[in-house]
Write a new protein. Sequence first.
Length: 205
Amino acid sequence: MNVELPLLPYDYDAMEPFIDQNTVSIHYNKHHKNYVDNANKILANLPEFNNFSLEELLKNINLIPLDKRISLKNNLGGHYNHLLFWYGLKQGTIIDGKIKDMIEYNFGSVNNFKEQFECSALSCFGSGWTWLIKTDNNELKISSTSNQDNPIMGKSIVEIYGYPIFGIDLWEHSYYLKYQNRRIDYIKSFWYIINWDEANNRLNN
């Protein structure tokens, strides 16, 4: 198995003014690329997993030998999380269709969902992510993960697990150049750049 750094589906400045061009460039070319490079070095020594897809391997991360498991979880998880993050961003889309209906059904209203999502993101101590996920029971829930963990990794890794619809990166490198210590401002800006079309696509998977 080998993973690749994909091309961004937009220019570095496409999320201005909410995420600045310099942050996107560094985040993508340095941080995401580093996860890809490190993951491939580890995977080169795990030929028995060559036939696993990226998601299959993350779902079965506990099959990885213990001496490589944490490093692979961090780096392959970092790659997967960033794939979801980049493709989950786009300016100008609106929340409608199935994703809106399910958010209203599961959280009472879109505003209630946003408040709960923001609260979860703000409560993340250190580095991590906050996600909207779909559970095996076809419910939408909010899940927070530390470091580069992902809800797809299951109950042995995260308390609230399921299929990620979108997530916000809460590592400082994702916002510090523009927002410094004002994480709440970064979180609130996220609502302007969510790719709701992609969210609907993932919800139907």
